[in-house]
Design a binder for this molecule. Structure first.
Ligand SMILES: Nc1nc2c(ncn2[C@@H]2O[C@H](COP(=O)(O)OP(=O)(O)OP(=O)(O)O)[C@@H](O)[C@H]2O)c(=O)[nH]1
Ligand SMILES: [Mg+2]
Length: 472
């Protein structure tokens, strides 16, 4: 491997780093939520937008205006010259804008009629509607942010709890990317040492020392990757919520509990055993924590084919969940209780909370280790909510100041990089050529680049930006 190869590895991310600046067609979209509001923000970006906007305002109003300073203007329909709204506006000259292109933001009165009229006017005169995430995608294409920061921005916008905000912020601020970049640059350094050994093979004594140095650098990265991988268990809960499964035999009040925690009638409840046949998943905020509640089909030896499949799903969900609520009622038979006990053992006792539902009907002695709960009387709900909060905080509390993993895309890349480093250690132990060692390091570095968006990104880009909202 030559030093030229190394230099080509050592690039910033995004096409802009290759000296290309992205100049897109003029786009316009509402950046704030639709509906009536005091103010709405309409955002425009692209090639020539500062010229295109002029006919919408009185002659000269835009010419005199400074970049990044708010102005007061009268927005008119250029076809009829009818004034639509008096509004505030800001112009940004690329590259000093969010997208890196020339951009404008209009702060108009937030009525749906005004917003639609303005957008229609813009779309009639040179602008086209923006696609979901198009502004952020342009920012990425212009090197204003890396791909993980773009994902973070989307999550920041969607965050409804402190835990999601924490996970989104470390991405959006670039703190996570910085960590990845640090690890990648240590690998590049290690590759540089290997390259020196390859290019100057006759330096004699220094060879072994150099390889030990390479090994120690790679080991440092490997340990960091392992610790990032471990952080995913908590990071996932922060970003996506705690997965809580409600499990039990039919008629234990699982769906009733789901509805009670949600505060609305999501699941069908009847006195007929076997009412729920498939699982239902709903996000739920409990005391500011995000929880993914899953109501399941009651576990029993079902003869009905559909119900049987439902029961299989319940058991799978019980295994996959972060926390399992195991429901029994005063009517539970001893064999039913034994079945739940066995299931708790199988799942892991520390992952389960046994609950006695319908506690208004009685509290049998066998239920002394269960949390008593009556949805009809509202008893025990506070204690259950507290138990859920403790669980979430148990995960989140482990997230210290260090960057952590919260996305499955990033997890896959980290795992791939870790496997490449394992292959490096194996090759090194087996005494393989330096070229092969360098190849493994290069693969690992490339996997890390994928997080930031450096390599083979087209399909990743589509996936990342597809789910954005319009105007972001
Ligand atoms: N007395 C009393 N009845 C309850 C309570 N919670 C639920 N029930 C009743 O128990 C019956 C079954 O409730 P569901 O919530 O449908 O039970 P489930 O566990 O989802 O049942 P499947 O979907 O068949 O597995 C209904 O008639 C509910 O009204 C409670 O706290 N007290
Ligand atoms: Mg049910």
């Amino acid at each position: 491997m030559s030093m030229n190869n190394l230099e080509s590895q050592n690039v910033n991310h995004g096409p802009a780093s290759a000296g290309l600046s992205f100049r897109g067609e003029p786009i316009a979209a509402l950046a704030t939520a639709p509906g009536a509001a005091a103010i709405a923000i309409i955002r425009m970006s692209g090639d020539g937008v500062l010229e295109l906007i002029k006919p919408f305002f009185p002659k000269g109003q835009m010419n005199r205006h400074k970049a990044r300073v708010m102005g007061l203007g009268q927005f008119s329909d250029p076809s009829t010259h009818q004034m639509i709204d008096e509004l505030m506006f800001v112009c940004f000259h690329g590259p000093h804008s969010f997208t890196g292109e020339d951009s404008i933001e209009l702060f108009c009165h937030g009525g749906p009629y005004i917003v639609n009229r303005i957008l229609q006017c813009l779309w009639m005169h040179g602008f086209r509607p923006a696609q979901p995430g198009e502004f952020t995608k342009r920012a990425y294409l212009n090197g204003k942010l890396d791909l993980s920061a773009a994902e973070g921005i989307k999550q920041l916008v969607e965050a409804s709890t402190h835990q999601q905000w924490m996970a989104a912020r470390q991405l959006a601020t670039g703190r996570f990317a910085q960590k990845i970049e640090e690890l990648r640059s240590v690998l590049i350094e290690a590759m540089a040492y290997l390259a020196a050994r390859i290019d100057f093979p006759d330096e004699g004594d220094t060879q072994d020392v150099d390889l030990a140095l390479v090994r120690s650098k790679v080991l440092r990265v490997f340990k960091s990757l392992e610790s990032l991988e471990r952080s995913y268990a908590s990071g996932r809960v922060a970003a996506q919520g705690l997965m809580v499964a409600i499990i039990g035999q039919p008629n234990m009040g699982k769906s009733t509990l789901m509805n009670t925690l949600l505060g609305h009638e999501r699941a069908i409840v009847t006195e007929i055993a076997g009412t729920t046949r498939d699982y239902l998943e709903e996000p739920c905020r409990i005391k500011g924590r995000l929880i993914r509640l899953i109501d399941t089909a009651g576990i029993r030896d079902a003869s009905d084919r559909v119900e049987k499949l439902g029961v299989e799903r319940s058991l799978t969900i019980a295994q996959e969940a972060d926390f399992v609520l195991l429901l029994m009622s005063p009517e539970s038979s001893s064999s039913e209780r034994a079945e739940i006990g066995a299931l708790a053992q199988q799942i892991g006792l520390d992952k389960c909370l046994k609950i006695l539902t319908k506690s208004d009907l009685g509290r049998p002695e066998w239920a002394c280790d269960c949390l008593p709960l009556s949805c009809s009387k509202g008893e025990g709900l506070e204690a259950l909510e507290d138990a859920l909060v403790v669980r979430v905080d148990g995960f989140i509390g482990q997230l210290d100041e260090e960057p952590f993993l919260s996305s499955s895309r990033h997890l896959a890349a980290i795992q791939m990089a870790r496997q490449d480093l394992e292959a490096f250690f194996e090759a090194e132990t087996a005494g393989h050529y330096d070229e092969l060692l360098a190849f493994e390091l290069q693969n690992a570095a490339r996997a890390l680049s994928g997080i930031l968006g450096g390599v083979d990104v087209e399909d990743i880009l589509d996936k990342v930006f597809r789910d954005f909202c319009v105007g972001k």
